[in-house]
Design a protein around this ligand. Structure first.
Ligand code: ACO
Length: 427
């Protein structure tokens, strides 16, 4: 293990700090005793150069555009496995061993997807038209009152029950938060449908449980639609120490109920700089309106007096193409080929924006590429998912990741409360 020496040029004092060898990526310097040894602390707003934890869950290689969950590339996971398999991988460290285990896990989640009637009644207190993300974070926080036993967890079974419960119920909560926001009654889960199909069913069905009916008969949920949404969930399942995951860990570090920490993560995700960007991308495509206006909007991005930013572009860690964006763009093209109707105008504007941006010096100099949110809205629109549900869809996808992260954090020996310092410049 190497060391690094810090020299105080004012006093000439030298201090050695241990270098940590990560299994992948650059080394880290252990500054946990920096203040104790030197009476100086580090300043790193936005934490671009700071790790707050050790983790074995996901790894991002921002330079080469690579993302791994438990050491496996997302391209392989999205191609060969279902979202529920990936959820199992994240929370247990192992993929299902065979198809039977895979089916059993999916079925377990379906059986756990029902909500306590008291929780459903909470929704009725929310006004019509409230954003589903606000309903959702409140409902997830309220979930802790129905499962208060998860506040203290003893063995691995307790952790698994806590995680499986919320991964299962989040689909019902998202569907319910949307239905409540537009004033329509809830639909109970149908355990005969797979995890992802059941979610689409709870979203689309009439209150009597039947799907849309026309002269040609009752509509079906297409396997292709289920597969597409499944892949979108997988591509969102975990992503290192991003803002919402860091929030989940920070809140969990105080010893609260894990569902309240996850509720805080939902609120962090809602912001337009983070998961809320998928909703804003669609607003922006609508605002641009026509492919002929693309140049005008690119000029606005470059105008320093204009705060306009291209939503769905840029990332703190990726300095090359976001592999999730690449996969989602491929999925969009594949679905269009297989007959799922895309909004051609939005698709055309998005592709033109990307083409212009990737060849423009402003974007090249700043390494700005499309991120996960850039193309996802176009697919979600084709799946008839309302725009206000784009970020809640992200929540469903990210839930296994948050559960794995919160479990890893709480289990850390001698876990310390998150408590950064400040550079005080006041009176
Ligand atoms: N459009 C135009 N310019 C941009 C964009 C963008 N989307 N993103 C960054 N830049 C520019 C900044 O203006 C800045 O330029 P400057 O050096 O001339 O001042 C430079 O690139 C660096 O930007 P920062 O804000 O310092 O980058 P940071 O790493 O802090 O921010 C973020 C990353 C928040 C994602 C940013 O790129 C952004 O706002 N993107 C749009 C929102 C978005 O798509 N968010 C989703 C991210 S993915 C996710 O969270 C799931």
């Amino acid at each position: 293990m190497g060391t690094i020496t810090l020299i105080n040029n004012e006093t000439g004092e030298k201090f050695d700090f241990e270098l940590i060898e990560c299994t992948r990526g650059p080394k880290a310097v252990n500054f946990s005793k920096l203040f104790e040894k030197t009476n100086i602390f580090s300043y790193d707003p936005g934490y671009s150069s700071t790790a707050g934890c050790e983790s074995t869950i996901s790894y991002i290689d921002g330079k080469n555009g690579q993302l791994l969950y438990r050491g496996l590339p997302i391209e392989e996971l999205v191609e060969k496995y279902k979202f529920t398999d990936v959820a199992k991988l994240l929370i247990t460290g192992e993929l299902p061993k065979d198809d039977i285990q895979s089916q059993e896990f999916d079925l377990e989640l379906r059986h756990r997807s029902f909500l306590h009637e008291g929780l459903i009644n909470i929704f009725s207190a929310f006004p019509d038209g409230g954003h589903p993300m606000a309903n959702l974070s409140s409902a997830v926080s309220a979930l802790s009152t129905f499962y208060f036993d998860h506040k203290e967890m003893g063995d691995e079974d307790d952790y698994q029950t806590m995680a499986r419960r919320i991964i299962a119920k989040i689909t019902t909560l998202v569907a319910s938060s949307y239905r409540n926001s537009v004033g329509i009654p809830f639909v109970y889960p149908d355990v005969s449908r797979s995890y992802v199909e059941n979610f689409l069913y709870m979203l689309r069905a009439y209150p009597n449980g039947r799907l849309k009916y026309s002269l040609s008969g009752e509509e079906e949920i297409l396997p292709l639609e289920v597969e597409a949404l499944d892949k979108i969930f997988t591509l969102h399942a975990d992503h290192g120490q991003n803002a919402s995951t860091t929030t989940v860990r920070n809140v969990a570090s105080t010893g609260v109920h894990p569902y309240t920490a996850i509720s805080a993560g939902i609120n962090a995700l809602w912001g337009p700089s983070h998961g809320g960007a998928n909703e804003k991308v669609l607003d922006q495509l609508r605002e641009i309106g026509d492919v002929k206006n693309v140049d005008k909007f690119i000029a606005r991005v470059k105008d320093k007096s204009d705060p306009f930013r291209l939503m769905g572009f840029g990332h703190r860690v990726y300095k090359s193409y976001d592999p999730r964006a690449k996969a989602i763009k491929g999925l969009k093209d594949e679905l269009a080929k297989k007959g799922i109707k895309m909004n051609d105008r939005f698709s055309e504007i998005a592709e033109k924006l990307e083409e212009v941006a990737l060849n423009d010096d402003y974007f090249k100099e700043r390494n700005l590429y499309p991120n996960v949110d850039f193309y996802s809205g176009i697919i979600l629109t084709a799946l008839r998912i309302p725009v206000s549900l784009f970020t809640p869809i992200f929540v469903i996808g990210r839930m296994p990741g948050w559960c794995a992260q919160v479990m890893e954090h709480i289990k850390t020996p001698n876990i310390r409360i998150t408590r950064p310092r400040q550079v005080y410049l006041g009176k």
